[in-house]
Design a protein around this ligand. Structure first.
Ligand SMILES: CC(C)c1ccc(C(=O)O)c(O)c1O
Ligand SMILES: [Fe+2]
Length: 299
């Protein structure tokens, strides 16, 4: 059984590394840890990185990485994924050194082709992460749009040991919010049924609701497109705000998400597929919401 410590980081391809580093540092609120010619490492925790930005011709999501709960689980997870036919590949010592993390494996899901990583033992920074430009406190979730909704739900629950927190569906659409067991957060990933397979958004936790309000004004002053919100999501009961990064990728600030105990967690709910489930405050997303998020195949 895979036991997750947390959603650790993602790798995004960006078309203008300088611009994106500036944006993620000065607008979103992460801290730059290491900056090289075509790659930058940023953090919003004590980890060496929670976001890697790579210069590329085309923007998109390259990889999603989860930290395993314990180092000694690594070989068992590798063997399990091999038995499941997922052909995990262990990263070379040279690569893990450059990433400042311990043993690392990668595999793709058989439905959307996203590259996932399981790693252990990421370098912890000497100085604690102190939010400066925006009060963010953690990297929270990844949401995909998928035309393989049922298959992805089955894969994440039955193969990767995610647990469903809530679902909602009708003939027009479907959503599922899942946590990377035993992570307590209402969702570390979610899927929404759509015509394409792509990243819908990435979410960062804001410290207080006030910090979301402050960011509304900061984003407006910096001419950053606000794509949805502020509002309140019924599933996790969080207050949210979505906006666009320089390549149009949708980002979310989220505050107040429900947390689950490992044992005795409530059962998943099937929520009404009404607009109020998505925003109790009655807002609607802008056309740019979740629009850009190409899945980049890592070969
Ligand atoms: C609109 C999206 C899919 C959504 C819906 C609900 C929540 C939540 O309950 O926190 C989200 O985080 C979302 O991104
Ligand atoms: Fe979200």
């Amino acid at each position: 059984m895979i036991r997750h410590k947390k959603l650790g980081y993602v790798v995004l391809n960006v078309t203008n590394l300088d611009k994106s580093v500036d944006f993620y540092e000065n607008i979103v609120g992460l801290e730059v840890v290491e900056r090289k010619n075509t790659i930058a490492f940023l953090r919003c925790s004590n980890d060496h990185h929670n976001l890697i930005l790579e210069q590329a011709a085309e923007a998109g999501l390259k990889r999603v990485a989860y930290e395993l709960e314990k180092n000694d689980q690594f070989q068992g997870v590798f063997n399990y994924l091999t038995e499941q036919g997922l052909n995990p590949i262990e990263s070379s010592a040279e690569e893990t050194q450059s990433l400042n993390q311990g043993r690392t494996l990668r595999f793709k899901d058989p439905h959307m082709g996203v590259t996932y990583e399981y790693y252990v033992d990421m370098k912890q920074m000497d100085s604690p992460f102190t939010p400066k430009k925006a009060k963010i406190t953690r990297f929270l979730h990844v949401v995909y749009e998928t035309n393989k909704f049922d298959e992805m739900l089955d894969f994440f629950t039955n193969t990767l040991n995610f647990r469903v927190s809530d679902t909602s569906s009708d003939e027009k659409g479907a959503w599922a919010w899942l946590r990377a067991f035993p992570s307590p957060y209402h969702h570390d990933m979610a899927i929404t049924k759509g015509s394409e397979n792509k990243l819908n958004h990435l979410a960062y936790q804001a410290e207080r609701v006030d910090d979301i309000g402050i960011q509304v004004n900061k984003l407006k002053n910096a001419n950053v497109p606000i794509l949805f919100g502020p509002g309140r999501h019924r599933p996790s009961s969080s207050v949210f705000l979505y906006f666009a990064d320089p390549d149009g990728i949708t980002l979310e600030y989220s505050q107040g998400m429900e947390e689950f105990p490992e044992e005795g967690a409530r059962e998943p709910r099937e929520l009404e597929p009404t607009p109020e489930t998505i925003d109790e405050w009655g807002g609607t997303p802008e056309p740019g919401f979740g629009k850009y998020g190409k899945l980049i195949s890592e070969d």
